[in-house]
Design a binder for this molecule. Sequence first.
Ligand SMILES: O=C(O)C1=C[C@@H](OP(=O)(O)O)[C@@H](O)[C@H](O)C1
Ligand SMILES: C=C(OP(=O)(O)O)C(=O)O
Length: 423
Amino acid sequence: MIEIQPVPSVDAELSIPGSKSLTQRALIAAALARGESRLCGPLVSEDTEYSAQALARLGVRIDREDRECWVVEGNGGTVHMDGTTIYLGNNGTATRFLTSVAALGNSAVTIDGDERMQHRPIGPLIAALRGWGVDIVSVRGTDCPPLLVNARGITGGRTVLPEGKSSQYLSSLLLVAPYARQPASLEVDGEVLSKPYVKMTLSVMADFGVLADCTPDFKSFSIPQGVYRGRHYRIEGDASNASYFWAAAAVAGGRVTVTNVPALSLQGDIGLVPLLARMGCEVTQVGNGLCVERQGGLEGISVDMGDMPDVVPTLAVVAAFAHGRTEIANIAHLRIKECDRLHAVVTELRRMGAEVEEQGEAMIIHGDGGASLHGAEIETYRDHRMAMSFAVAGLKVPGVRITDEGCVAKSFPDFWSRFALLT
Ligand SMILES: O=C(O)C1=C[C@@H](OP(=O)(O)O)[C@@H](O)[C@H](O)C1
Ligand SMILES: C=C(OP(=O)(O)O)C(=O)O
């Protein structure tokens, strides 16, 4: 357990480790590419460790000796599984992505994860892969991992992705689609949540040489056959993880500059910054980074966060220090993250004395400028984002204690040492 020390205000400038989403996409594109890639600025964390090890099991050589630049020897799309099981912990992104990558191989593979991952749905991806001729089942019939993939490649042609609460199904299909035996197309049923992650997938695919087509509503895709080309690829800082530092300025007052997450980031979570501005912060561009500063008070806002689920806990914590009502809508997908994050955020904010309403797909925070907040022992539910977002509250409120603080290793192993720069 770690107790956060309050500060009168913050004044810091720092860089943030590489984007988790970009690192995992670049690893897969580089793994399936023809030729060598150098991925510079990757995130080194539990999740990317799972991804890299899984790709190694699928026959890809990845040299990670230099933590700053990983060298990946692409297999050109020829996937050979060494062994029978790929275990991915509670890495939702890799579990969804590697399922499709494994389908490109030529042997039976079990995809499994930890107890929580075994409750995170993957049914829509199973259905869409079947539409591309993949023999895949959820071993326990739960539409969650473990999955058994009897891999023999993907046929391509048209498939439909049934409605689901994760964009990762769609990104997963897109990443492997160029390797289908015939040109592939994909239709999506229902609303696409977390759209910026799909955009990011298309952008990484294009960077590695494959241009897919999609309709502006992200519901219909055509992917040409092709092979990614190995390249030098630089990964920007993680916007979701930068959010805790920008939020620190909003909550404690003062300013924080994150130097390596640009305003025009590929990451949708950069969208938190304009929301902080709407609440009363000042935002300025500094080089390739962004500075968030707060001098006056914060006001509540109404916002649809369907496209940026990972920064909902961050915004919710800030909202508890604002004056007035903040409504965060369209966030049902938070319920299938590392924990039921919608319920967890509401529970822990209430534990600190905040007045919060939980709805099926939304949360409402009735802020009073933080006046009624008090210290508490915060349960983190093995969820890195719970730990990091509630740490921010502790910069202002004495006695905030974060349990199981090591859970940040999933995406940000040295979070606590960087956070200490604020105090
Ligand atoms: O594709 C990605 O890299 C991610 C997509 C998002 O998930 P959903 O699409 O399930 O919302 C996000 O929560 C996750 O941390 C990373
Ligand atoms: C939801 C997250 O990750 P994943 O789905 O990859 O487990 C996250 O990092 O907040």
